[in-house]
Design a protein around this ligand. Structure first.
Ligand code: IPD
Ligand code: CA
Ligand code: CA
Length: 260
């Protein structure tokens, strides 16, 4: 079942990717503001409408929760967490780092069972099924093998509500910076996680996230042999806003820095 869900998610992500590609750097794309710092485009909405329509038609007894407000509750085993455009800020600025992120959660097993993250600009499709490994465009991927955080490339992100210095990640950022080799802020949490999964990054942390940002990517990391927890090592929960993902070897070191 999980594999057929993945096939379906892969198919609709490819289609939604065409919607994103058509709107990218296009004069037709309209930008609006959810708040001063949180952008929205008509493309986020078209992508969501398309994805939600396809999933609810194919699986009427599944629950669907999507970022731009679509919500359909149903009694079946599965919950679809959808980010129709992760990296809206990049998208609106013409920066080609954005993705579609679709994670499927099972109420029965209480975890994510299938996930797809697709960057249509680079044509990179990251996929995972629980127990079956992770792939990039169909080829198996693995996390990196570095064991000392001092030589690691680490990614993070900052919440849109950035005015509060206690909660805007600046404290964590300044603790990591002197202790690692380099730091990146790509602007798509789903892509950050997949880059950990394929070894481009060695680790990633971020707070203030939503389930649609993390659901798919967390499974892609786990199935690529990495570790995914909350900031203090508690088991990952897509409904909890904090995530630390790593190659596993530096996980304790990352948690140590977050606990300083
Ligand atoms: C955002 C991106 C970003 C992260 C933000 C998210 P959006 O999602 O994933 O990397 O730092 O916290 O909200 O708004 O582009 O879908
Ligand atoms: Ca997002
Ligand atoms: Ca989004």
């Amino acid at each position: 079942m999980d594999e057929s869900l993945l096939d379906f998610a892969r198919e609709i992500s490819t289609e939604a990717g065409k919607i994103l590609s058509a709107g990218f750097r296009s004069k037709e794309t309209v930008i609006s503001y959810k708040s001063r710092t949180d952008l929205l485009t008509n493309v986020d909405k078209s992508s969501e409408e398309f994805l939600v329509g396809r999933i609810s038609a194919a699986f009427p007894d599944h629950t669907i929760i999507a970022e731009e407000g679509s919500r359909k509750d149903a009694p079946g085993d599965y919950i679809w967490y959808i980010d129709p455009l992760d990296g809206t800020n990049n998208f609106a600025h013409g920066i080609p780092v954005f993705s579609i992120s679709i994670g499927v959660y099972s109420r029965k097993t209480r975890n994510i069972v299938a996930g797809v993250v697709y960057n249509p600009y680079l044509n990179e499709m990251f996929t995972a099924v629980r127990g079956k490994g992770s792939c990039l465009n169909g080829e198996r991927i693995r996390v990196s093998t570095l064991g000392y955080i001092g030589i690691c490339l680490i990614a993070t992100g900052f919440p849109y509500l950035s005015e509060n210095m206690e909660t805007n990640n600046s404290r964590e950022f300044s603790r990591f910076l002197p202790r690692i080799q380099g730091i990146r802020r790509l602007g798509s949490a789903a892509i950050d996680l997949c880059y950990v999964a394929c070894g481009r990054f060695d680790g990633y942390w971020e707070g203030g996230l939503k389930p649609w940002d993390m659901a798919a990517g967390s499974l892609v990391v786990e199935e690529a042999g990495g570790a995914v927890t909350r900031y203090h090592g508690e088991p990952f929960d897509p409904l909890h806003p904090e995530i630390v993902a790593s190659n596993g070897l530096i996980h304790k070191q990352m948690i140590g820095i977050l606990s300083l």
